[in-house]
Design a protein around this ligand. Structure first.
Ligand SMILES: [Zn+2]
Length: 251
């Protein structure tokens, strides 16, 4: 019964408030991972983006204004990772706060040694466990401008990672996936790249991914969708694990 009500609501939203064709074409033009999809996947993505806009609250701050095209673009980027997982994977949070540009989080945090730090680094995005996703609009618009970068996909990957606890690069895996293989592939690749970086060797990923396991998962997720051929060439085992997790084959 609940499923029936839910399906009816979904149908009603999609028929009554579909994303208008010009807005959808504009979003496809500006979102490379969406543009590369086949027609039926694009249609499914359009439905997901419609529902995303209904269920999530996009909250521009500091004088930023987002028009309909902006909102559709943001929702399109956001729904790429869950195209084959479903919108339920984004349950448990509601808001997407959007700053005009890179922001400095106004908070302090306590590290493992009990030291409180005042955040002073400029951020392009941030995701809280059960709280909002926070994005810099300038960085949303910059998706793909630096190859492999997509701040929306990055923060959404953190959200998926945190579905089973802390952000640690270990999202809830599907039944047929082997957790031990995932951990082995990600840990050994991360350590090898850290060594390469220390030795001054060129990296196939943004060095930001070397900060910790959570950032590594988020950074390779960006590349999986933005520059899949390069990720598959340089980190084939990681690519294969991401294929299984996201249930997509972007290359
Ligand atoms: Zn991150």
């Amino acid at each position: 019964m609940l499923d029936k009500i839910r399906n009816w609501r979904v149908r009603r939203t999609v028929t009554r408030h579909p994303i208008a064709e010009p807005l959808w074409q504009d979003a496809l033009n500006r979102c490379a991972p969406a543009r590369r999809l086949g027609a039926s996947d694009q249609a499914a993505l359009r439905v997901l983006a419609t529902l995303f806009l209904e269920r999530k609250s996009l909250e521009p701050v500091q004088g930023l204004e987002l028009d309909d095209a902006d909102r559709v673009l943001l929702a399109t980027h956001a729904c790429i990772p869950i195209l084959k997982l479903g919108l339920d994977w984004y349950d448990g949070w509601h808001s997407v706060i959007v700053y005009p540009d890179a922001f400095i989080p106004r908070r302090s945090h306590t590290d493992a040694a009990g030291v409180v730090h005042q955040g002073d680094a400029m951020m392009a995005g941030e995701a809280w466990g059960r709280g909002p996703v926070i994005l810099s609009w300038a960085d949303v618009l910059g998706a793909g401008r630096r190859p492999g970068h997509n701040v929306v996909i990055h923060e959404m990957a953190h959200k998926l990672d945190m579905l089973n606890g802390d952000a640690n690069g270990f999202p809830p895996l599907h039944r047929r996936m082997a957790p031990r293989v995932w951990t082995q592939v990600f840990a050994s690749t991360w350590e090898r790249l850290r060594d390469d970086h220390r030795n001054g060797l060129p990296l196939p990923i943004d060095p930001y991914g070397l900060q910790n396991e959570a950032e590594f998962f988020a950074v390779v997720s960006e590349q999986f969708f933005e520059t899949p051929a390069a990720l598959r060439e340089h980190l084939p085992e990681v690519y294969r694990q991401l294929e299984q997790f996201y249930r997509q084959h972007p290359y």
